[in-house]
Ligand binder design. Structure first.
Ligand code: SF4
Length: 258
């Protein structure tokens, strides 16, 4: 049996004590929405945020009978099977960085395997990770797709239950090291969709993540918990408006709206 005691530290953002085994929520072998090209996506169990608008709330608990312990070896073996049809690997969650030793060991093994070495290796993160975690992951990663749930700390708390200081610090470091592949903004009506908030968020990104693509995601209620189903989904016109407000600050060529 793999060592499930390796899974995440109880301290948000800390480096987990670890051996390279992981706790898996799910795997998607072909995805076009988790980074560029056709990607194999590893969804790890456990998150250090508790987002109102989470579309996969079953991945938040760190321990659940639904999750499965996996080794690096068996994960690489499965990826090897599909490698000829893939552009890359994305490790997501939950929060991928909570299992940083597993992710690092997986990325190292993929890099060193002739069948998988050409695949790009991306992390999909909420940004609540310490410098020690990034020290471990960045040398082995091609980039990070980072969620910014809200620029204002009070709104971030309202949407996630936590402060956004580590997220903003992660963004600065990733941008500085040219590892910030994409910033994702989930716009939730009534929470972070105000004109002034979007303008300030765009200005912040233009300054702190210049030239980085931004995906503006209009809230959709499918899969969310009951409390979030009361939030109305924005219309297509409203989604487009969110995108225009961000594009006005960072440049239209960098913005996609979904
Ligand atoms: S960071 Fe992602 S996985 Fe974690 S609670 Fe928020 S939306 Fe869900």
């Amino acid at each position: 049996m793999p060592d499930v005691t390796a899974v995440p530290s109880a301290v948000p953002g800390a480096v987990p004590t670890a051996v390279p085994s992981g706790l898996l929520a799910d795997v998607v072998r072909f995805s076009w929405v988790d980074g560029p090209g056709n990607r194999y996506v590893v969804f790890l169990q456990g998150c250090n945020l508790d987002c109102l608008a989470c579309h996969n709330p079953h991945t938040i608990p760190r321990a659940t009978p639904r999750a499965r312990a996996v080794t690096v070896e068996e994960t690489v073996a499965d990826i090897r099977t599909y490698a000829p049809f893939l552009s890359g690997i994305t490790v997501s969650g939950g929060e991928a960085t909570l299992q940083a030793p597993f992710v690092a060991a997986l990325f190292e093994a993929l890099r060193d395997d002739a069948a998988t070495s050409s695949l790009t290796r991306l992390v999909d993160s909420n940004g609540c990770a310490s410098d020690e975690v990034w020290d471990l992951l960045l040398p082995l990663s091609d980039g990070v797709m980072l969620d910014l749930k809200a620029l204002d700390v009070d709104v971030h708390r309202e949407l996630t239950g936590s402060d956004n200081t580590p997220v903003l610090r992660s963004m600065d470091r990733l941008a500085h090291e040219d590892k910030l592949t994409e910033v994702r903004l989930l716009v939730v009506p009534g929470h972070n969709d105000g004109e002034d908030r979007l303008r300030r968020t765009g200005d912040y990104l233009a300054t702190h993540a210049p030239g980085v693509p931004v995906k503006v995601i209009g809230f959709r209620p499918h899969g969310v918990r009951a409390a979030a189903r009361r939030v109305p989904a924005p219309t297509d016109d409203r989604r487009a408006e969110y995108g225009r407000r961000i594009a006005a600050r960072v440049g239209a060529e960098l913005v996609t709206v979904v």
